[in-house]
Design a protein. Structure first.
Length: 222
């Protein structure tokens, strides 16, 4: 089952529901937004693996949303629109979309395009994560902050990588133990606090990237 999360943005409720129904069948996690402004709110709340974005919407159209997103993120974007002439397609791709599908379309075709785009994105990715002042080379197990090397232990690195995969999400100590230490770890959950403390010390002036959520755990905010 897919573990990918998709933000579906369309002002037509029926279209959103149709797309989401097919994506959920394929195992995708879906979040919906009815216009561009709501989409930006959802994007500020958490990370998504892909955006399905209608072009013609009230308040803020899809092109404007795409340009805003591209200022901070390279998340894959598929435009969904009734406007299918060549100029519209070229303009959408130049602005930053990765693919373009014209209404009416087969939901199965959209799912296939999403799968292909995610495969291509994963193949092309060099496992370099860049978030604010932070740069992580996942394969090379290297971290730089403000251009300077940051030397982390294995668990500190894994913990930081986990945080970068869940930006803006509150993670409990138990969740972090499960994701970083694994199912078979039976130690005290407070070991998370110890590693967060040392990680913050090494982050120095950027220690605030890892925020404490009292009574629950932690979250990573840029």
């Amino acid at each position: 089952m897919s573990q990918f999360s998709v933000l579906v943005v369309d002002d037509e409720a029926q279209m959103r529901e149709l797309i989401i129904m097919y994506l959920i069948k394929e195992g995708y996690e879906c979040v919906e937004a009815e216009d561009g402004e709501e989409a930006l709110v959802r994007l500020a709340e958490r990370r998504f693996d892909l955006l399905v974005l209608d072009v013609m919407m009230p308040n803020m159209d899809g092109l404007s949303v795409c340009m805003k997103v591209r200022e901070k993120s390279d998340v894959p974007i598929i435009f969904v629109t009734a406007r299918g002439d060549e100029w519209d397609k070229v303009n959408g791709l130049r602005i930053g979309a990765d693919d373009y599908i014209v209404k009416p379309f087969s939901p199965r075709e959209l799912v296939a395009r999403i799968e292909a785009l995610l495969r291509r994105t994963r193949r092309q990715a060099d496992d370099i994560v860049r978030i604010g002042p932070l740069e992580m080379d996942i394969k090379g197990h290297k971290v730089r902050i403000d251009g300077a090397d940051l030397f982390l232990t294995l668990k500190e690195f894994d913990l930081l990588a986990c945080f970068t995969r869940h930006i803006g999400q509150v993670l409990s100590r138990d969740q972090l133990l499960e994701m970083v230490w694994g199912y078979e770890y039976y130690g005290n959950a407070r070991t998370v606090d110890t590693h967060v403390k040392t990680l913050r010390m090494k982050l120095g002036e950027h220690a605030g990237l890892v925020q404490t959520v009292w009574g629950i755990g932690y979250k990573f905010e840029v």
